[in-house]
Design a protein around this ligand. Structure first.
Ligand SMILES: [Zn+2]
Length: 389
């Protein structure tokens, strides 16, 4: 009986503290939501923009921290980026739900959330491609079901194929010697990338991000670097081949933490694909050049994974609550890993690292130098593909 009472009270509490509406948010609505959360939790949040899209929409970020706007020594920075592909919208809605959840639970003195906000600086960008989203949402309203409508930015560019290609350098350096981290940007990089990409690169360079996830849709799997295969091109396509980073174990662990905390990702069979443990090396699924996750790792040592969260890229409104409940624990647990797996402090705190700290904003680098020959490489069967995710 007491159990039933406690369940009832829990449900009541959740209902009272989470006045979340499960619906899709157009740009103006999204901006309102971010400021609403900020107004509800002004002491632990800050809204800022990292730049503008092609059509002039702001790329807004909501920050959570006990001292918003201030980098505290020893406090790791972590980020979530959603809706990079404008038509993949679940991440955008989940990040709005997460923002409201963090605010409400902090106000309710949920000790787990209080600790997370006090120990971590969390940056949440619900949409990296607001222009693409508006195209996708308008098409949905008119019942136009183009699989890729709204995927690209307003210049027709796929933002997850638009970052400087640092993989070519790293693969060359692994063979011939040379740095394997903090690879520099090409001199003319700004002229080669879109406004959204440029804003994100400048953002990545100006914060101490150590952990990140990029939320997509079209499959259900946690995808970790490298995305670009080392394999040769065959008829214009790069061969699908497992292409691990020197930090493969840690990346697999991070991906598994998400997939096992997720309601069903870890089961493996989703959307007609099978991924053991619900995770995959990017290049062993399909090879992708100039992606954001490889860039994060190679340019700044931020550990980013790509989360594919729904079979349907634009899920019906009625599915959003189930998706939130399926992802909520995983989104929180992943953030917590920044303190469990990746805590960086002073150089003295990590005596086992094998490469010297480059002095990049005082961060300690966990990446191991490992000869390429020692890496386990295997060619895997190409998974049945439903189109780019
Ligand atoms: Zn995508």
């Amino acid at each position: 009986m007491s159990d039933l009472v406690s369940i009832f009270l829990h449900l009541l509490l959740f209902k009272l503290v989470a006045p979340v509406t499960f619906r899709h948010h157009r740009y103006d609505d999204l901006v309102r939501m971010l400021y609403k959360v900020h107004n509800e939790c002004p002491h632990i949040t800050r809204v800022y923009s990292i730049g503008r899209s092609v059509k002039g929409r702001h790329l807004y970020v909501l920050e959570f921290s006990d001292y918003p706007g201030i980098h505290e020594p020893l406090e790791p920075e972590v980020k979530y980026v959603g809706n990079m592909h404008g038509n993949e919208v679940l991440g955008r809605e989940l990040l709005l739900q997460l923002s409201e959840f963090l605010c409400e639970e902090f106000r309710n003195r949920n000790q787990r959330i209080v600790r997370l906000v006090e120990d971590t600086r969390i940056h949440i960008m619900p949409s990296m491609n607001p222009d693409g989203y508006e195209v996708a949402a308008a098409a949905q309203e008119r019942d136009i079901s183009g699989y890729l409508v709204g995927r690209n930015n307003a210049n027709g560019v796929d933002l997850n194929r638009n970052f400087p290609d640092l993989n070519t350098y790293i693969y060359y350096n692994e063979k011939n010697g040379g740095p394997n981290h903090h690879l520099p940007l090409p001199d003319n990089w700004k002229s080669q990338v879109e406004p959204e990409t440029q804003a994100v690169i400048q953002w990545i360079r100006s914060f101490n991000f150590v952990l990140s996830a990029n939320l997509h849709g079209g499959a259900v799997v946690a995808n970790y670097p490298y995305d670009k295969s080392l394999g040769h091109r065959v008829r214009g396509f790069r061969r699908t081949a497992n292409t691990p980073t020197p930090d493969d174990k840690l990346f697999q662990k991070l991906a598994k933490i998400y997939s096992y905390a997720h309601g069903w990702m870890h089961q493996g069979w989703n959307c007609g694909d099978y991924f053991p443990d619900g995770i995959t090396n990017g290049a062993s699924w399909y090879s992708l050049s100039k992606g954001m996750q490889d860039f994060n790792y190679l340019h700044t040592n931020c550990f980013e994974i790509t989360l594919e969260l729904s079979c349907d890229k634009f899920p019906l409104q009625g599915e959003l609550q189930r998706e939130w409940l399926g992802n909520r624990e995983a989104l929180i647990q992943f953030l917590e890993q920044v303190n469990f797996q990746l805590k960086r402090s002073t150089p003295q705190a990590a005596p086992k690292r094998k490469i010297p700290n480059s002095g990049h904003r005082g961060r300690v680098l966990p990446k191991k130098v490992q000869p390429r020959a020692a890496r386990k490489k295997e060619t895997m069967m190409k998974q049945p593909q439903r189109g780019p995710a």
